[in-house]
Design a protein around this ligand. Structure first.
Ligand code: FUB
Length: 322
């Protein structure tokens, strides 16, 4: 009898350990993933990532799809498959370039802004896809690119129009930030698929890419990847267009990969940074892995320096999650 109880307890402990192992960082242990974008609705966090499919010997990204995961507690993640592939954009080359995207909701529709390679205007471009559900499928909302390389002439590089970050302010105005080397933004019309006015540039020292705009307690936070290899830094401002004050580095450079690409969200009363490193076995420059850390804003509203951990955040079960 005693040995049966002991065995049962050992089995329960082993199961708990197995669960914990799956839920630790990196959070998606089955695939190499990168460039997280997060969206919270009805107590559920939806996490959109690029799928890194390069072999260990490939010398460039191979990314044929974006993938979606969801969680009710920021700890345990459900694989929701691929809500969209680059081939959804017929004007794009659309084979292996599911570079970073971002997601928002407006008037009952979900808009996914994504980086792909344009088929006839040389260089990277940004498209926008739409769906009735966060799970997709998403379809091209315009039938043409929203941003192309020839619309921004500040740099000669072909990849300066990448990493869209979509933000809707409390008054309903939507802003798209994006860029590599030069940070750019533009207002969007209420239909979310057309620019509303000119493209502006923002002078940011040692800006690389991965801009991300969020708002907390009335302050606007513009985080981004700084230098190369990249660290995560941020600025704050009194509006969605600044003026911006540099606030420092909040996450150190990765070891086996030069990029880091963050998203910052509030979920169930707590705050999280989601980013990528290359800490899955076999990981590397083109075989990245998404991870999450919880953080608490300092009393003055600044973001503390955040260490990458193996454990990731504690479970934060949301009662509203179905
Ligand atoms: O995943 C391709 C590119 O690497 C992204 O667009 C950048 O942010 C960097 O993570």
């Amino acid at each position: 009898m005693e040995s049966t109880v002991k065995k049962t307890l050992m089995f329960a402990a082993a199961s708990l350990l197995a669960c914990a192992a799956h839920a630790a960082n990196p959070i998606l242990p089955k695939l190499f993933t990168a460039d997280p974008a997060a969206f919270v609705e009805n107590g559920t966090v939806y996490l959109y990532v690029g799928h890194d499919q390069a072999s260990p010997t490939d010398k460039d990204y191979v990314m044929k799809e974006w993938r979606l995961y969801s969680s009710c507690d920021m700890k345990n993640w459900v694989d929701r498959g691929s809500p969209i592939q680059p081939s959804a954009f017929k004007w794009a080359i659309g084979k292996v370039d599911a570079w970073a995207g971002d997601i928002t909701k407006r008037d009952g529709k979900y808009y996914f802004y994504a980086t792909v390679d344009h088929a006839s205007i040389p260089g990277r471009a940004i498209g926008v896809a739409v769906s009735d559900k966060p799970e997709g499928p998403f379809v091209d909302a315009r039938g043409s690119a929203l941003i192309t390389n020839n619309m921004t002439l500040e740099t000669q590089i072909a990849w300066d129009d990448i990493d869209p970050a979509i933000f809707q302010d409390d008054d309903g105005q939507a802003y798209l930030y994006w860029g590599n080397s030069v940070l750019k933004y533009a207002k969007l019309k209420p239909n979310m698929i057309e620019l509303d006015g000119p493209i502006h540039t923002v002078g940011v020292e040692r800006f690389t890419e991965a801009s991300y705009l969020h708002k907390h307690n009335g302050t606007y936070y513009l985080s981004y990847s700084r230098e190369f290899p990249e660290e995560t830094a941020y600025m704050t401002g009194p509006s969605a267009t600044g003026p911006w004050t540099y606030r420092g580095v909040i996450m150190s450079k990765n070891v086996k990969v030069k990029t880091i690409h963050q998203a910052i969200v509030e979920f169930n009363g707590r705050n999280y940074i989601i980013y990528h490193n290359a800490k899955l076995p076999g990981g590397g420059e083109y075989r990245r892995s998404v991870a999450v850390e919880e953080f608490t804003y300092n009393a003055d509203g600044t973001i503390p320096f955040i260490k990458q951990t193996k454990e990731g955040p504690a479970a934060n079960p949301s009662a509203a999650c179905k």
